[in-house]
Design a protein around this ligand. Structure first.
Ligand code: ADP
Ligand code: MG
Length: 470
């Protein structure tokens, strides 16, 4: 064995890692790693994408390096090379891994039958109903979405077996559609599974059309004989009983046949209104994961990755400016960046701080104000707690009124630009110190009572919906 023929150590390391991880976790992260080469300092591993490389680095690099170095008796490094071949099958991943006892690599003998020449498959045509840029590679992972992404990857690799059915929920522009289609695109590219990807509006329209044309069988057959069914934004099926029934039957049939179901929704299942109990009970079966708005660091990473994908280099101070000012959701974040890129391209000027501040000033203000009046906030919060807006403005200090009042002030401060003085005036002529006290009170309760956070999120969404309607 040459001094730097370290493949055998790599295989032994993989064997050890495999015995320590759950089979599924091993399958997700290690199935596509390929030993490429080594020198005296360490080894180079092929990974299918930058996404995999970063994940392996963050999660497993220390573990791998310590095992490898232990086996070799000296410190080794682990380097990665992105090798785009898909479906690389590692010997170590076979059901029956080759023996590596004594660490002696068994090279194929001279008389071994010739190996079949690998057929290089042409890239598959994109799926007609999915965006080809909605992939895992382009999905930035942070603590706001890592559980959801892990589950989505596991599903992509083993559709219909793990985490089935699966439901992703969260506010507008947080990446639900992207994540769902990343599952679809991965399965499309790596298998022959039949995939249907629809918005719930399309599902509904097709249903209505075929019912009217007396072609129900055609509808049933289409949706029940697929391997993967992805339905986006199920909340739009609200108040459509016939279509809901059909979806319930489809759901049952596909689940019985171990076919993968993935849904997205803009709210938790418990908040879906005007849905049949039977369908709700189906959705309750799902593994439900929520997407949260990304924190500052993740927002920066998303901006950098988006700029890179467009071949544009953006100074860090501008990334910082946008990330600090647009925190509501990823769609607005990317929208702000795209506005800036489009403008500077059109004008043929470089992206400077001055231009960024100038061009984005409306964007920065808009999401906070977003049509929200204090009155709307009071109406929605009062309604939620079965009170009247006057209760929130009044003087009563009973517990059932004080908490909603403080919550309304807290939310108003969060989603509008009104000062505490202005807020105080709108809440029955209170002074700004009272508003501040209320906000601090809620902040304190947030630390000890996890349910308040979700109440606030639900209220914010209801306020948004209410404001959009009027
Ligand atoms: P939703 O369906 O939740 O409303 P989308 O999936 O349409 O949101 O995402 C809005 C935009 O933000 C899309 O352009 C999407 O590619 C992008 N996006 C969302 N989350 C991420 C992420 N984690 N990394 C990169 N881009 C993201
Ligand atoms: Mg969407």
């Amino acid at each position: 064995m040459a001094e730097w023929d370290l493949e055998v150590f790599w295989q032994e390391t993989m064997k050890q890692v495999r015995s320590e991880l759950r089979e599924q976790e091993f399958g997700v992260w290690f199935a596509n790693l390929k030993y490429l080469s080594a020198d005296e300092n360490g080894i180079i591993i092929g990974v299918p994408s930058a996404f995999f490389r970063d994940q392996i680095r963050n999660r497993y690099q220390n573990m791998i390096v310590s095992k490898l170095s232990g086996l070799a008796g000296r410190n080794l490094t682990l380097n990665f090379e992105i090798s785009p071949e898909k479906n690389i099958k590692q010997p170590v991943l076979r059901d029956d891994p080759p023996a590596v006892s004594g660490f002696s690599a068994e090279k194929p003998s001279q008389t071994a039958p010739p190996q079949p020449v690998p057929v290089v498959k042409p890239p598959k045509e994109r799926h007609p109903n999915m965006r080809d840029d909605y992939t895992f590679e382009k999905y930035v992972i942070g603590e706001n979405n890592d559980f959801a992404v892990n589950a989505a990857i596991a599903i992509s690799r083993n559709p219909g077996t793990v985490y089935n059915p699966f439901l992703v929920y969260g506010g507008v522009g947080l990446g639900k559609t992207h994540l769902m289609q990343a599952i679809g695109n991965y399965i499309h590219e790596n298998s022959e599974n039949k995939i249907i990807c629809v918005t719930s509006e399309n599902f509904l329209n097709e249903y209505v059309e075929l019912v009217q044309a007396n072609k129900m069988k055609q509808f049933t057959n289409k949706f029940r004989y697929t391997d993967v069914l992805l339905i986006d934004d199920i909340q739009f099926l609200q108040d459509k009983p016939g279509c809901q029934d059909e979806l319930t039957h489809t759901f049952n049939a596909l689940l019985d046949a171990k076919k993968q179901l993935v849904f997205t929704c803009d709210r938790p299942v418990s908040e879906l209104k005007k849905f049949s109990e039977r369908l709700i009970s189906r959705f309750e079966l799902c593994l439900k994961v929520d997407l949260q708005p990304p924190r500052y660091e993740v927002r920066c990473a998303i901006l950098k990755s988006t700029a890179k994908n467009q071949g544009v280099s953006i100074p860090n101070e501008i990334i910082d400016l946008i990330a600090k000012n647009v925190s509501s959701n990823v769609r607005d974040l990317i929208g702000a960046l795209n506005t800036l890129i489009a403008f500077t391209r059109l004008m043929g000027v470089p992206i400077t701080m001055e231009i960024a501040q100038q061009r984005l000033k409306d964007v920065f203000v808009a999401p906070r104000q977003a049509n929200m009046s204090i009155e709307n906030i009071q109406r929605v919060v009062a309604d939620y707690f079965s009170l009247s807006p006057n209760d929130l403005k009044g003087k009563k200090k009973t517990k059932n009124i004080v908490f909603p009042r403080q919550l309304a002030m807290y939310i108003a401060r969060e989603i509008t630009d009104f000062s505490t003085t202005e807020l105080g005036q709108s809440f029955g002529g209170r002074d700004h110190a009272t508003v501040l006290y209320s906000i601090e009170k809620i902040k304190g309760q947030l630390l000890t009572d996890p349910t308040i956070d979700s109440t606030i999120e639900s209220l914010k969404r209801l306020i948004k919906e209410f404001s959009a309607k009027i």
